[in-house]
Design a protein around this ligand. Structure first.
Ligand SMILES: Nc1ncnc2c1ncn2[C@@H]1O[C@H](COP(=O)(O)OP(=O)(O)OP(=O)(O)O)[C@@H](O)[C@H]1O
Ligand SMILES: [Mg+2]
Length: 152
């Protein structure tokens, strides 16, 4: 018998272009969201840093809207979508010591479990596998249906 379709835990944010204060508030909410889940091993600081770097980049470059999605399943990940001009994504390297900018993506690449950039229509989407491991091997489990297993 096929397994019933199960949905992962998901949280979404919509942030206006240029609204760095909203991006900061979303980062705090993201951190709160992570604290609700029981992790086996979790690098919360790096996960927050990833959120901050990607979302602030997106907010700076978006034309009008940034959409952020946290998905917690067997492979916890963050998707950051913006409707800006996009950029030529290559493996980020560390900026030279004298540079004032250009470190964010390199740092994200160093602490993430994986990172992927794509252009979807008029939008740029960066997907990052977060450095978080769930308490149990529960790929494809509906966490909302089993709050006791993961929450609190
Ligand atoms: N969402 C995005 N849309 C368009 N360009 C982007 C986006 N994210 C990054 N970039 C481009 O990639 C470059 C490198 O990004 P990165 O975050 O590493 O550095 P930075 O934002 O310039 O500086 P820092 O993050 O160190 O303050 C940016 O300068 C920008 O040109
Ligand atoms: Mg940056």
């Amino acid at each position: 018998m096929p397994r019933p379709h199960r949905r992962p835990l998901q949280r979404d944010w919509r942030i206006d272009a240029g609204d760095h204060a909203a991006a900061y508030r979303a980062r705090r909410e993201f951190a709160d969201e992570l604290r609700k889940v029981r992790w086996q091993n979790a690098d919360h600081a790096s996960a927050e840093l990833i959120f901050g770097e990607l979302v602030h980049n997106a907010v700076r470059h978006a034309r009008s809207l940034v959409q952020v999605q946290l998905i917690i399943d067997g492979s916890p990940r963050l998707l950051v979508r913006d409707d800006g001009p996009g950029f030529w994504f290559r493996e980020p390297t560390l900026a030279p010591p004298e540079a004032e900018r250009g470190r964010g993506l390199g740092i994200v690449r160093a602490v993430a479990r994986g990172m992927h950039f794509e252009r979807r229509g008029d939008a740029s989407v960066v997907t990052v596998q977060l450095p978080l491991w769930l308490h149990c091997a529960c790929k494809d489990v509906d966490f909302r249906g089993q709050p006791d297993a993961l929450r609190g």
